[in-house]
Write a protein of this length. Sequence first.
Length: 245
Amino acid sequence: MAKLPDGTEIRVLLLDLDDTILDNRSGVRAAWDFVSELLAAPNGLRAEAVRAEIDRVTDWFWSDSERHRTGRLDLLAARRTILGRALDALDVDDPTLVDRAAAAYQEHRSSTLCLEERALETLGALRARVGALGLVTNGASDAQRAKIDRFDLWRWFDHVQIEGELGVGKPEVDAYLHATRSLGAAPEETLMAGDDFEYDVLGSLGAGLHAAWIDAHGRGRPRRPAPRDFHVLSSIRELLDLLEG
């Protein structure tokens, strides 16, 4: 059985998907730059001005917890909303252009999606080290299943849990407890690892699990306090060193 450095026995490891196993973030900047150029050219705008407005609206959209929940379950609709509001602010009224830009963004992002470095090798080693391995991801069923299928990730996991199918997602307590129950473990025997501090760390700690924050982008330890100690890693590969045994 795997153990944390303090001797705590871990029977189950739960992993996030996006920006933990898959590199879903690296293509964001290039995709928005591409879309900004697409929108600027026919409207006599500077791409930099379009991009600045998209960034402003994006921050507004995802800052609200309810918009975040509904948006991640329908990303295409969320992007249409963001693009529509950005173009409105730039005095451009063209719903067809919004649809084209949202589709172009999705295509660009999909083409750049890839596995994190040595992710499959690491999943194999982790699966051999812990009693059970679970995947817990937010988002819509079709979108998340397409990613899992594309990279043949099903074979590594004893339990795959997708927010759009279960009807509950991180950081709700029931999301973590459903996963632990499905894998026959108590929360205190379970470690959740992922890149999102609120959803993968604070949420899981609140549900009684242990947590590891995958700070792949070097943001540093968050200022927001956590109810209990957690581990900070730079990639899922470091879980192999964290989980002794």
